[in-house]
Unconditional design. Structure first.
Length: 358
């Protein structure tokens, strides 16, 4: 997935599934296979200690704070925060996990839209938060919640979902949208900026900066350790509905490859055929997969890997012969939020198998 038409396919997949109760992606069946809200709640329980929402850092937000967020096709919305929001609705994985990672579970009025369990160190915090039965909350449900902020993807604000974001803003509910779900050129920088902006909105800037600094430091350390090595050639692909989607330069995954010192092949292509992959013959192929709630994660991963490793058309590829066909989860490289760190590490290990990420 790349650019306006293809990097946004993930959003379309999810929203189509939850609104029409149809197929979600890859091997996912109907919504009847999706675990119910109570199962999600139980799976995300833990004895971990949740973090405090008190800001103990040096940087403090000065209110009122003006923030510009982007909706579908990059449309800009200007929002003003007189104080840190206190009743936030977070919808979809990255939005929920960003709030939890920043210790803001006490600010959540409700959450929805988890496809996977939250990380172990967030489970205690998540267990204290209301998780809705609706995967994608209806306009009626959200209205009754009376949130003072909605944090989600651009796909949540459409005719069949919550309607125009501006209407919510005009009626006193601020909106923040993950940038990479709204613009044509996805990038790591957009994910970094989203985390930092949420940090400003809630006056937890030091926490947000720490998360982003860790990601940037991982990239810099990898580049230093591998500066003398020949650039590893790579492709990032996803097989779906009989076709291969290519994650190029305008995708987060492609940006990760480039920033980590790899050489991304076919970087300007959205979709590719088998002959294109064979002709490129990359050193490593990253295969995108996504297990959804109710799926067997290993089964989904292995099935997607086999589209490359078991196809005789690819048997001559260096990546196949050298066993360098590497799985990467969609949530680590699309609207990845705090999982961006996982994506960076996955790409780094794929490019440089012997590297010590410490």
């Amino acid at each position: 997935m790349k650019g306006k038409n293809l990097t946004k396919k993930a959003a379309a997949i999810v929203i189509a599934a939850v609104m029409a109760f149809g197929t979600v992606a890859c091997s996912k069946g109907g919504d009847s296979e999706r675990k119910n809200a109570e199962s999600i709640r139980q799976e995300n329980q833990s004895s971990e200690t949740s973090s405090s929402t008190e800001n103990s850092g040096d940087k403090r937000t000065e209110y009122p704070l003006t923030v510009v967020t982007k909706g579908a096709d990059g449309k800009e919305y200007t929002t003003v925060y007189e104080k840190a929001p206190e009743k936030v609705l977070a919808v979809y994985q990255g939005s929920i996990e960003t709030m939890l990672a920043l210790g803001l579970e006490g600010r959540l009025v409700a959450t929805a839209g988890l496809d996977n369990e939250v990380p172990d160190n967030q489970k205690s915090a998540f267990s204290k938060v209301e998780y809705l039965d609706e995967f994608t909350p209806s306009k009626e449900t959200v209205t009754m919640l009376e949130p003072d902020m909605i944090f989600s993807w651009s796909s949540l604000f459409g005719e069949t979902t919550l309607g125009d974001a501006q209407n919510w803003i005009d009626n006193g509910t601020n909106v923040y949208i993950n940038t990479n779900t709204a613009v044509s050129d996805d990038s790591l920088e957009n994910e970094f900026e989203d985390i930092l902006t949420i940090g400003k909105i809630f006056d937890v800037q030091d926490r947000a900066e720490k998360l982003v600094a860790d990601m940037k430091n991982t990239i810099e350390n990898v580049k230093k350790e591998t500066s003398s090595e020949k650039a590893t050639t790579a492709m990032v692909v996803e097989y779906m509905d009989g076709k291969f989607t290519n994650y190029g330069n305008k995708s987060i995954a492609g940006d990760m490859v480039n920033q980590l010192g790899g050489k991304l092949l076919n970087g300007d292509s959205d979709s590719i055929g088998k002959e294109d992959i064979v002709s490129a013959n990359p050193d490593v192929i990253f295969v995108v997969y996504m297990p959804y709630a109710g799926d067997d994660a290993n089964e989904v991963k292995n099935k997607n890997l086999e589209y490359i490793t078991k196809d005789k058309a690819f048997s001559s590829l260096n990546a196949v012969k050298n066993k360098r066909v590497v799985p990467i989860m969609l949530s680590e490289m699309y609207a990845s939020a705090t999982r961006t760190q996982n994506g960076i590490e996955t790409i780094a290990k794929g490019l440089y198998p012997d590297i010590d990420l410490k």
